[in-house]
Design a protein around this ligand. Structure first.
Ligand code: KG4
Ligand code: ZN
Length: 339
């Protein structure tokens, strides 16, 4: 079975060709540079950029895969959640191609697709199978903890009640005058800072639920900077703040993920989303999983951020399982939450 998958939910335009679990091509065009000067993703600009890039990206994927459009058995696209006008570009294009080829269209939930990215073996470019797990999805827009019982069967355990983890990295970075997106910059500066230099709060760490909250941490960094004039003039102190903020975010993410996995009786943890590129998060999850004898599957760094490969992999699993198909005139679903 050969599928073309499109992803345009936020600021990455991506197209992938998947055949029988093998990623024949996965082309990603990132818009980070475009949004940098605005300090965040501007939906109108994102949509225009998707319009400009989608066809070249899709053609490049088909070419790299050695697949012609008539060879496709189905076309998939992210249907939600995401920015409405950005989702429209990929979703309507996929529906049009499916209509023209008289093939099925599969609308995919972006978060459900993230559950599959840790299982894509990037070296062999194939979907490597699945075992029950607790999955952490951490990006600029979302922080979710999901129990994945089996393929196509999952239950959301918790999520953020305010800012997402990536948003916390980006906003605290902005308070320190770092460029957008600040997550990777904080990661780099933190490598030369002391994680225990400053004690920032670990919100909801000891609450019995699986929810997260990061806006209080951001506020506490704001007050800390206000109350320590001159701090930002000292490069070492900036590195220490970066390391301490990063430690607080990672501490909460790792402890709550491990606690949920133990409680749910699964011995496998997975993670994906842009924040999963964070070196401390990767290290600490590894350490915690080793300590508990758990299997850890971290999405390859190339697949942590948004990509169409994960959309295509999930779409193929759905087709094979004969899950209910989407309709060619289905609308995008910007607020489509995973249940
Ligand atoms: O998944 P993603 O590319 O886009 C969405 O938000 O959907 O995630 C981007 C987020 C940004 O907040 C960025 O700062 C964060 O991921 N990020 C990181 C790192 N790399 C990207 N955060 C911490 N450390 C990193 N190395
Ligand atoms: Zn994502």
């Amino acid at each position: 079975m050969t599928l073309l998958a499109l992803e345009t939910s936020c600021d990455e335009t991506s197209a992938a060709v998947v055949r029988d679990g093998i990623i024949l091509a996965n082309v990603v065009s990132s818009q980070i540079k475009l949004h940098e000067e605005y300090g965040g993703v501007v939906p109108e600009l994102a949509a225009r950029e998707h319009l400009k890039n989608l066809l070249p990206v899709a053609r490049a994927a088909l070419r790299a895969a050695g697949v012609a459009a008539p060879d496709l058995d189905a076309v998939a696209a992210t249907q939600g959640p995401g920015l409405a006008i950005a989702l429209l570009v990929g979703c309507k294009a996929a529906q049009s191609v499916a209509f023209a080829l008289n093939k099925p269209f599969i609308g995919i939930n972006h978060h459900e697709a993230h559950l599959y990215s840790p299982w894509i073996d990037a070296g062999r470019a194939e979907f490597a199978g699945f075992q029950p797990n607790v999955s952490l999805i951490v990006s600029g827009g979302h922080t979710l903890l999901v129990l994945v019982e089996s393929e196509l069967k999952h239950r959301v355990l918790g999520g953020t009640i305010d800012d997402a983890a990536g948003e916390c990295f980006d906003k605290t970075g902005k308070l320190m005058g770092l460029p957008y997106p600040a997550g990777p910059v904080i990661d780099r500066l933190a490598a030369q800072g002391q994680p225990d230099a400053y004690d920032f709060p670990r919100p909801l760490l000891h609450d019995a639920n699986d929810d997260f909250s990061f806006s209080g941490l951001k506020t506490s960094v704001r007050y800390f900077i206000r109350d320590h004039p001159g701090l930002l003039d000292d490069p070492q102190k900036i590195r220490d703040v970066c390391a301490s903020v990063q430690a607080a975010i990672v501490d909460v993410l790792v402890k709550k993920t491990m606690r949920a996995a133990k409680r749910e009786g699964v011995c496998c943890v997975t993670a994906s989303g842009g924040v999963t590129c964070n070196s401390r998060l990767r290290q600490e999850l590894e350490r915690a999983c080793q300590r508990h004898g758990f299997t850890l599957r971290l999405a390859d760094k190339s697949l942590c951020t948004d990509n169409a490969a994960m959309i295509g992999v999930l779409a193929e699993r759905k087709l094979l399982a004969q899950a209910p198909m989407s309709s060619l005139d289905d609308e995008v679903n910007p607020g489509w939450s995973l249940s």
